[in-house]
Design a protein around this ligand. Structure first.
Ligand SMILES: [Zn+2]
Length: 116
């Protein structure tokens, strides 16, 4: 099974690594799903000018650290990044949402293949 197909130009990525290493794919943002963080949507842009999203659960393997049980959203230690879809910064709070932002960083800094 393919990892993903572009909804517009039909480009196919066979696996996660190929997708993340593609220089034509760029990370746009995150729609946090507070009810189930793994169902949050990570938004990407393809070079054909299409935007599409992939569930956080598809990238769960990129995170190996601890996951906090409680959410700090709205508390004093929460910088509120989850409320801004365009915000990609890692979160310093001990919050259940923080691991998603670690995944975002991994995606953002994934080594890109050189263009042919
Ligand atoms: Zn495309």
């Amino acid at each position: 099974m393919n990892f993903r197909q572009c909804t517009s130009c039909a480009k196919i990525w066979q696996n996660q690594e190929e997708f993340l290493a593609d220089p034509d794919v760029s990370l746009l943002g995150l729609q946090v799903c507070f009810d189930d963080l793994l169902e949050g949507l990570i938004m990407f842009n393809h070079s054909c000018k299409t935007t599409f999203s992939i569930e956080v659960s598809q990238f769960e393997n990129l995170y190996a650290g601890p996951v906090y049980e409680e959410r700090a959203t709205g508390s004093e230690q929460c910088p509120g990044y989850c409320l801004n879809e365009k915000e990609l910064k890692p979160c310093p709070a001990k919050c259940a949402c923080a691991f998603v932002r670690v995944i975002l960083q991994k995606i953002k800094h994934f080594p890109k293949q050189r263009r042919r």
